[in-house]
Design a protein around this ligand. Sequence first.
Ligand code: FAD
Length: 351
Amino acid sequence: MKPFDYVRPATVSEAVAAAAQPGAVYLAAGTNLLDLMKGNISRPDRLVDVTHLEGLDRIERLADGGVRIGALVSNADLAHDPDFAKSYPAVAEALLSGASAQLRNAATVGGNLLQRTRCAYFYDTASRCNKREAGSGCDVREGENRGHAVLGWSESCIATHPSDFCVPLVALDAIVEIEGRNGGREIALDELHRLPGDTPERESALEPGDLIVAVRLPPTARDFAAHARYLKVRERTSYAFAIVSAAAALRIENGKIAEARLALGGVAAKPWRARAAEEVLRNVAPTAEAFQEAAWRALTDAKPSGDNAFKIELARRIVVRALTLAAAGTPARLPALPASPFAAIPGAIHA
Ligand SMILES: Cc1cc2nc3c(=O)[nH]c(=O)nc-3n(C[C@H](O)[C@H](O)[C@H](O)COP(=O)(O)OP(=O)(O)OC[C@H]3O[C@@H](n4cnc5c(N)ncnc54)[C@H](O)[C@@H]3O)c2cc1C
């Protein structure tokens, strides 16, 4: 492993100053970053350990009805917070469908958002990868590519973003709070991750030194609690990234869908908000036909990037199933899904 500096600042402003120099990266729980460093895939000059920053490990209910989640809250603590799980069940379900219990105990909100792709060619330093080394080429098109992107990809990169958590977050209009060299700012989560284009090495809208301090869900996100689900399809029941996933959230009034939210995971370099499909569902009854139409619209622009044409049909089916489950109502206790948050929270009622 390449030698590097290690600093542990005490405040956010010290952290931002320490991370502003080229080659510096933030270290949270390290469950992704340290693996990449051990594999010589990431070669930072400086680690800025943010795990001791004060105040970033809180879940705060806001006066406007929203919630603010500090960047250092662990994935497990967030998913198991009874009020959070009750108000944002699809987010809790997504968090607990990710990784393993041990990893979720360590992994942080900020780190989950910024985890790197799981493309095997990115991880294999003997392969060409435009994301790892700008302009070097990409070996995946002629390689093992059945898990790769079907939406928003480019000739230079077909990798996907692996986070489960981000999928319901983008559906619920999450906002990312950032502290940088020029002070604080916020952006929609939908704008945090970039599509590859000609510069797949630039994965996010963050500038050098930018620290994610929190993620906020607006007051409207709670309105979907009664009809929200996250559905993840993977190659084995635990400890695997999504082949395709979907977050579906409905606000149903008088037998009609007043508002729908839909996002897909495992299909693109970013969590994919399906806005056109949401429009199809506005002001209609929650029927199988409406869900089929929405699924079709969600994947209209999809095209295979290799051996992955099956993902397009799979994604359509997952969308229909997630919408159907959401329409049926968030169950008080989910059936025996792996890592169901509902089974783990005694007495939590979600209906
Ligand atoms: C075996 C295994 C299985 C997994 N399965 C899943 C899965 O099914 N679903 C899923 O979603 N995830 C999965 N993960 C990924 C896991 O969720 C991530 O490794 C974890 O969320 C990263 O969080 P961390 O705190 O360890 O981040 P770190 O590894 O410390 O950091 C990750 C990146 O984020 C940056 N960073 C961290 N915090 C901040 C911040 N506050 N501001 C700016 N930059 C920051 C770091 O510089 C680094 O680039 C799996 C991981 C493993 C090892």
